[in-house]
Write a protein that binds this ligand. Structure first.
Ligand SMILES: [Zn+2]
Ligand SMILES: [Zn+2]
Length: 147
């Protein structure tokens, strides 16, 4: 069956940006409020899509990528020039890459909509979760997509 599914993203460098792509559909997408995600991004929340590692690759300027472990089990990939945090690898999900959705080029169908909020216990006090009807979990919870 032909499937030309492909989603591309990259860092913020004007010159020689790190570029990456995934060509297999995500297994799930979620909003994360954990302090690891928010603090390293300087963001109020993280929007993450989980894609099979077999379908993910860095396509340009991999040499600029650096790793920072926010936990011994969480390996976060940054551009060493612009500082953009694009994706992470987590030991518990060894066959997957967790991609920060805002680093994907806008206007693409990323392959799966968010299905839940996780780590709401870590939510920054100035952030209000919208009334979007999605399940909210105080810590980690697997996607209903994965049973
Ligand atoms: Zn960069
Ligand atoms: Zn997180």
């Amino acid at each position: 069956m032909a499937d030309d599914f492909k989603v591309v993203g990259g860092c913020r460098c004007d010159q020689d940006p790190v570029r990456f792509a995934y060509t297999q559909r995500p297994v799930e997408t979620h909003y994360c409020l954990c302090t690891d995600c928010t603090d390293v991004c300087g963001g109020a929340l993280a929007l993450i899509t989980v894609v099979p590692k077999a379908g993910f690759r860095v396509t340009e300027h991999q040499d600029k990528l650096k790793n920072f472990d926010t936990k011994p089990t969480a390996h976060r990939k940054f551009c060493s020039t612009c500082g953009c945090h694009m994706y992470l690898e987590v030991d518990a999900f060894a066959d997957f890459v967790l991609v920060h959705v805002p680093t994907l080029d806008r206007g693409q169908d990323i392959g799966m909509m968010p299905d839940r909020w996780v780590f709401t216990n870590s939510k920054h006090p100035l952030v209000t979760i919208p009334d979007d009807g999605l399940p909210r979990h105080p810590g980690w919870a697997n996607s209903p997509n994965l049973g």
